[in-house]
Each structure stands twice: as C-alpha cells, then as structure tokens.
Design a protein around this ligand. Structure first.
Ligand SMILES: [Zn+2]
Length: 282
C-alpha cells in the first residue's frame, strides 16, 4: 500500500492570510493562543490511528510554545519549517525572506536538537514571482520544499508545475526536492485534493475518489495538509470579507470526523518517509 504524507501547518486561527487585513501582526499578541490545545488534540488523534506526521511549524508559534514543538518531536513526528511571520513570500524581499527563514529554522533546531529538512511557505506563496525563494531554501540547507500548488488560485499556484514529487533545479542551479500539493483530475478539471479548506468543502466521497485516483491510477503518494484551527469549531469569529469567512469557517465541525475516516481509508506517514519511499532523499 502506498504511504502518503500527512502534514499539519502549526499556526493559530489569527495567522491566516485571509485575515491579514482584519488582524495586524502587531495585534497577534493580544489573542489567546488556541494552537497548543488544538495541536494536542491532533497528536492524540494521530496516536490513536498509529500515524506519524510532519508538522510545519510557524516560528512565531515556536517562540511562544516551544514545549509543544519539543513534544511533537518526542512523540515521533517530523518537525519542519513554516517560516516565521506568515507573510506571503512574494510580498517579501529576498533579504527579509532569508533572515526570517534562517531564524525560524535555527529556532526549531534549537528546540528539537536535530536538523530541520523541510519547508512550506505561508499560503503556498512560492509562485512564478517568488522562485528566488527556492535558491535561499537550498542555501539554508533545506532538503525539500512543499510550497508549490499546481493550480489556479487568487493567492497561490503555478498551474503548469509538475503534480508529483520531483527533484527541481533552483534558478541559480542548486538542487531541491519539491513535494507539490496534491491535485486530481476529476470531472475534466484539475482539482486541489490536498486538504485544508478543500477537505472541508468537498463531500468526503469526492476527496476519497480523488485521493484513490492518485494512489491507484497514478500509483503515486499524495500529500495532505490541515491546520490545528480546522478542528476547533468554537474559535472566535473574525470580521472579514464573505469569501475569507466562508473559506475559514465552512464545515469546521466536519473536519475531525472526516480526518478519522481518511486515516482508516489511507496509509500515512511523514513527508520525509514518503520522499524516502520514492528514493528522492537518503
Ligand atoms: Zn500557514
């Protein structure tokens, strides 16, 4: 059976890009953290199903709840990097990106006392405008990236990028493994099948059909992502535009029961293990 990558982007509900206009970064400290409790709930759920996962941790969160990050590693999961500030990469300068990425990686490595090899950008914001970020990730010693979403979307996406894990050459000639966010061809469209808001939006049967297509027809692993706040139906509501509110709050109560089904229907492990299965890393 093909092993797939289960990933969690460890951030709180007020960090999401969709709310950036409503909640400024300077205001983050005024919000009570819910990420610790929600992540514990995920860790317990993964234990119940005997699943190991990859946690892409936001540096801002690691700075405040370092104990949680240590616990993630101690419970046998992979700790990877989700940047520091959750600012979109294509809105940063290369210098700012380099500084915050190195800071976040060092912070995580200091906590877990072991190398951090994987990176995922805030809101998949490595696009054609920000491919320079891949140079900086390779220079920083990352082995793989999982930030490229091969779809059309208003905030992210490289629609013609490869659909399955591959070794890419960065613009300045370095080598980096990419695990693109998963998509499936259904009803004549390339649909995102990677988790998050799509997992809450689609009926579970559609998600399962798309993911089975990837495993059984394409014979490839998929990568699935979710956020701790997606299993927290009671989180405080943020004032924002209707589309942002819909994307964030739709079907929050369905996420955890669906996740349980998903974990019985498919095999999961860390991103690193899946890339090893594919001989893309050592
Ligand atoms: Zn994020």
């Amino acid at each position: 059976m093909i092993r797939n990558a289960l990933t969690v982007d460890v951030e709180d509900y007020f960090h999401v890009a969709a709310f950036a206009k409503s909640i400024s970064r300077s205001d983050w400290n005024n919000h009570n953290l819910r990420v610790e409790r929600n992540t514990h709930q995920l860790l317990d759920l993964f234990d119940t199903h005997g699943v190991k996962a990859t946690f892409f941790v936001l540096g801002w969160v690691a700075d405040r709840v370092g104990g949680l990050i240590g616990e993630i590693a101690e419970r046998g999961h992979e700790v990877a990097c989700h940047g520091y500030s959750h600012q979109l990469v294509y809105e940063q300068s290369p210098d700012v990106f380099r500084e915050e990425t190195l800071r976040s990686k060092a912070l995580l490595e200091d906590i877990i006392q072991s190398p951090v090899r994987g990176y995922r950008a805030a809101s998949y914001s490595i696009t054609k405008r920000s491919l320079w970020a891949l140079d900086i990730l390779a220079e920083a010693g990352f082995v793989y990236d999982s930030s490229i979403f091969p779809v059309h979307h208003d905030r992210y996406g490289i629609p013609d990028a490869p659909k399955f894990p591959y070794r890419l050459t960065t613009p300045n000639g370095q080598s980096l493994v990419e695990f693109p966010l998963s998509t499936a061809s259904l009803l004549g469209y390339r649909l995102p099948m990677a988790g998050g808001g799509y997992f809450r939006l689609y009926p579970y049967a559609l998600t399962r059909a798309g993911l089975r297509q990837i495993n059984n027809k394409a014979n490839k692993p998929f990568i699935f992502y979710l956020h701790p706040w997606e299993i927290d139906a009671d989180q405080p509501r943020v004032e924002a535009g209707w589309l942002s509110r819909f994307r964030h709050y739709n079907n929050l109560d369905k996420c955890e029961p669906r996740l349980r089904k998903l974990m019985s229907d498919f095999q999961f492990t860390t991103t690193w293990n899946v890339l090893q299965d594919l001989d893309l890393v050592e």
